[in-house]
Design a protein around this ligand. Structure first.
Ligand code: ARG
Length: 456
């Protein structure tokens, strides 16, 4: 195929080099953004009298027909081309001849690609935000149903203190609200149009960059044309935010996998989100959660690949930067797939309340509450802590738990103990009495549910 830049060359590009160079097979994803950008550019060129109004009209209506044809499948990318920008321009010229050749006035592919990728990332990131909202909604619904479902809370994966199941999963909802904020902030940082930076130095034509920026819903224009074409900070920022989402999903996955195990049996995932084994008939595996945990690595990898790709680049545009797309597109696809599977998986999971309760009963999960009981009776906390430690030791030696050690025995450890201690250390009391703001008590859970739902 003839190249746009063939004027200077006497020989055709080697076939293998041509394939190596071409990005069309992945940047064709940005065809909508490329065409919309070109329409805004043509409108501006005509408003500034750089091209005629009639040329602009023909260019814009033909770009629209190209867009419609790609949408409908009437036009595919099999004709090939170096990239989506060349493909669209070649198609335009094929359809309207010389008029099409006027579109690239006062523009370069360097600012064009910088524009397209910003537009594409804005659209995709908004979709990711919507998926995060769905997931928060699914968590909030489970939390509403399990405000008084008691489970052991863990530190070091050791049973620590009783908590409401709602409290545990709302912790994840909080992470996802921060992810939304992080993405929204990143979108704000990147919402400046680089179009008009041209190759690197700006142009001799009297363009109106603000007009293009406004037409494409940007908050303004980039102020340095060299930076405009060479900046990919927004890719890094977004990929870091995508990585953080994956890290959150991966931690959540880890718990879902543990909770689904025979050892825990705290939840049961719906059949539609689990798989069996080809040999072991009893197995019900949490493959979806495992895959999400596994895919986290590639999203981190894409971030590292892009950071590394950029680190040695001199200003301004270098072809290395074409590598930004496959990495970030893969991260977007991965995050979207993981979020889309997670929300219904959480919505349909069955919570095995009794098992959670039993796990909370066994052991000494209410030991802190017993110490707090003595503190309320006047003992300094450190002394109360020591007495309860001795009681726990005694219970372990004698096969007892705090809930069934008789009062006379308690009194041997401290005269401050009375019959009311049993109520004070019941699991329900332990949870309900955690009234501090942000704690596992009822009022805090209600506040949390309301807060996370405000994001949906
Ligand atoms: N396909 C290129 C990319 O994605 C577009 C910009 C190419 N510019 C150039 N002068 N070769 O980065």
């Amino acid at each position: 195929m003839a190249k746009m830049w063939e004027g200077r060359f006497t020989k055709e590009l080697d076939k293998q080099a041509d394939d190596f160079n071409s990005s069309l097979h992945f940047d064709c994803k940005m065809y909508k953004q490329d065409i919309k950008g070109s329409m805004a550019h043509a409108t501006m060129l005509s408003a500034q009298k750089i091209i005629s109004e009639s040329d602009a009209d023909i260019i814009i209506s033909t770009l629209q027909s190209i867009l419609d044809d790609i949408d409908s499948g009437a036009l595919d990318f099999s004709a090939g081309g170096e990239d989506i920008h060349m493909f669209v321009e070649a198609e335009l010229t094929k359809r309207i001849g010389d008029t099409g050749k006027r579109l690239h006035t006062a523009r370069s592919r360097n600012d064009q690609v910088a524009l397209d990728i910003r537009l594409y990332l804005r659209d995709e990131t908004n979709e990711i935000i919507t998926l995060l909202k769905d997931l928060i909604g699914a968590i909030a619904e489970q939390a509403e149903q399990h405000q008084s479902t008691i489970m052991p809370g863990y530190t070091h994966l050791q049973r620590a203190q009783p908590i409401a199941f709602a409290h545990q999963i709302l912790a994840y909802a909080m992470m996802f609200t921060r992810d939304i904020t992080r993405l929204s902030d990143a979108l704000k940082h990147m919402n400046y149009s680089p179009l008009g930076s041209c190759a690197l130095a700006g142009t001799t034509f009297d363009t109106n960059r603000e007009m293009v920026a406004e037409a494409l819903d940007f908050d303004g224009i980039t102020l340095n044309s060299i930076d405009g074409v060479s900046d990919r900070d927004f890719c890094i920022e977004l990929m870091a935010a995508y990585s953080t989402i994956m890290m959150h999903l991966s931690r959540f996955s880890e718990e879902i996998i543990l909770w689904s195990s025979w050892e825990f049996k705290f939840i049961e995932l719906d059949d539609s989100y689990t798989t069996g084994s080809s040999i072991m008939p009893q197995k019900k595996n949490s493959d979806m959660a495992e895959l999400v945990r596994g895919k986290t690595g590639r999203v981190y990898g894409n971030l590292m690949a892009t950071l590394t790709m950029l680190k040695g680049l001199p200003l301004a545009y270098n072809k290395d930067m074409q590598e930004d797309k496959e990495a970030i597109f893969d991260s977007i696809e991965t995050v979207k797939k993981c979020l889309s599977i997670f929300a219904p998986m959480i919505a349909t999971m069955r919570v095995l309340k009794e098992n959670m309760y039993k796990a909370a009963q066994e052991g000494f999960i209410n030991a802190t509450d017993l110490a707090d009981y003595l503190v309320r009776k006047g003992l300094p906390f450190r002394s109360a802590y020591k007495i309860v430690g001795q009681i726990v030791g005694y219970c372990i030696e004698n096969g007892l738990v705090l809930d069934n050690m008789p009062l006379p025995k308690y009194k041997e450890f401290s005269e401050l103990f009375d019959n009311d201690l049993y109520n004070e250390i019941s699991l329900e009391t332990c949870v309900e009495k955690r009234i501090s703001a942000g704690g596992t008590g009822k009022a805090s859970i209600e506040t949390q549910i309301e807060y996370v739902k405000s994001f949906c």
